[in-house]
Design a protein around this ligand. Structure first.
Ligand SMILES: [Zn+2]
Length: 148
């Protein structure tokens, strides 16, 4: 007995999130993997120059810094613990190495992580990446006349 699965004709096909995140991590368009994703350090392009996929509606917000803090925090804390156990560094050496390494790693990871987050959003069809426009932003209320 065959089992038939009925899906809605309006259900869009799934997107490969691994490929999309990988393309984003490399700073490439999550859709085609060819066009550049960033026009500045953390400023995405408005649309892909190769496939035309719009990027202006991406909303990565605070997730990339949270992910970078988690990654860098684990590396730095692990490094400090290993250095304390196996090396005999002076406090000045610790103060010279760990803050500088924290800043360098954070700057190196921020753009790839943001690209990965945008890739994930594209794969999950979030924030307008599914072809359906996002809800309009809440607009500020017009100024009201205060009774005097
Ligand atoms: Zn593209």
């Amino acid at each position: 007995m065959a089992i038939q699965i009925h899906t809605s004709a309006r259900t869009p096909p799934e997107r490969d999130w691994r490929m999309a995140i990988g393309n984003g991590l490399r700073g490439r368009c999550p859709h085609c993997g060819q066009g550049k994703l960033f026009k500045g350090f953390l400023k995405p392009v408005d649309a892909c120059a190769v496939c035309g996929e719009p990027m202006h509606h991406q909303r990565s917000d605070d997730l990339p810094p949270y992910v970078v803090i988690t990654i860098v925090g684990h590396i730095i804390v692990g490094g400090i613990l290993l250095a304390e156990k196996y090396a005999d560094w002076s406090m000045g050496m610790h103060m010279a190495i760990w803050p500088a390494l924290t800043v360098i790693l954070s700057l190196l990871l921020m753009q790839p992580v943001k690209g990965g987050v945008i890739g994930l959003q594209w794969a999950m069809r979030m924030h307008g990446f599914g072809g359906v426009p996002d809800l309009p932003e809440r607009q500020p209320l017009p100024p009201t006349v205060r009774p005097s």
